[in-house]
Ligand binder design. Sequence first.
Ligand code: FAD
Length: 452
Amino acid sequence: MAPSLSPIRSHHVAVIGAGAAGLVAARELRREGHSVVVFERQKQVGGTWIYTDHTEPDPLSVDPTRSVVHSSVYGSLRTNLPRECMGYRDFPFVVRSGVSESRDPRRFPSHGEVLAYLQDFAKEFAIEEMVRFETAVLKVAPAADEGTGKWRIESTDNEKRDRRDEIYDAVVVCNGHYIEPRLAEIPGISSWPGKEMHSHNYRVPEPFRDQVVVLIGNSASADDISRDIARVAKEVHVAGRSNAADTFIKRSGYSNLWIHSMIERVHEDGSVLFQNGKTISVDVLMHCTGYKYHFPFLETNGNVTVDDNRVGPLYKDVFPPAFAPWLSFVGIPWKVVPFPMFELQSKWIAGVLSGRIPLPSKEDMMKEIKTLYSTLEAEGIAKRYTHQMGITQFEYSNWLASQCGCPETEEWRKEMYLTTGMRKRAHPETYRDEWEDHHLVSQAYQDFSLYT
Ligand code: FAD
């Protein structure tokens, strides 16, 4: 644990978003002695875990003027990480005594249980008193006339009646990155007559009853949604860019679900040709191709950009050197265990802002970023994978922990993450209900007894 703090300098800090990242950022900033305002455009905390039946009118979500539905969660979604692994370090994601029976005690619970956990967290640490609900941030820009470092934030309530223009010492961006869809490029698509959509707008299988559906993607969403839809659809085909060109596999346990190589092209008659040479007539094409980082409110004069899904330059995925420490980001890395990482990033930001934790000079931060970019390039890793971590996340989290004076990631958490990944690949159908890592669960609960 970080030592109890008497801040060196306290600042007025804006946090954008009250999802899993913004909630813990607000807690850590206040613990460090900063005054905090959290801007949240929804009515409640929880971000992407607030399930809604609503979808966007534009099924591909490409219209920049659309009214955004924040959640990308579908009805049947259960977590892909076990709850012990997933929770914040000092607020374990366990079934608490005294909570209502409507809670989902499973190890890989439904989305509603994650939302309830985040609500519990917000209540336990009285976060909501810092949140301005139904308030969207429209613009964040350096406040040039206020001297260096400060930020001007323009926000509005949802009815656009109360527009505010305020100055903050620092801004922590926690706006999430699962709402701005990435789409696959498909030759012939402009004259293909079928229906196209992105998984952001998928909720339940029923609309796909008796349809022929093609999903594009190799991610957890494509895997889950294809199985979900196969229960009612006539045929489901999954096309993956990373699959070998001759891939054509029938999913075991299903009579109507196939895995293919990528789509070669689509035709005006509604057919889809895969690289494996198969052609089928298709009703719906669903892009399960992930999301793009998007900061529509951020104006930095080109000092922070999103280039082929690389947000940069960012020192340790958190601070843009030009504005450090007065602008920071929580939650940029992906393929990670998010909540505990958000917690460490937030502790680091809070300590750096108060002056308790030193940052390198801007030049040294830039030097490290350039070295990282050169290494990625030399290894042939495309820009869009800059923030993908996987196994390297633990080294990163341990570095953050060392900055903050916190213990490193627990060995059981790391092993649980790796074991779950292996079981997911080997037993995608059953990994959420059958497991062998009982010893890791026991170790986790021993650690949790400190907090529960
Ligand atoms: P979000 O939860 O997206 O929160 C961002 C918040 O910012 C939102 O409340 C939004 O309303 C607000 N906001 C955005 N822009 C503005 C603005 N301009 N003004 C005001 N407010 C704004 N993680 C796991 O650990 N386990 C899982 O099993 C798992 N499964 C997932 C499944 C799906 C389908 C998806 C999409 C994600 C999954 N994740 C999972 C990852 C998940 O995104 C993270 O766990 C985490 O919830 C992200 O939190 P966040 O705070 O970064 O973003």
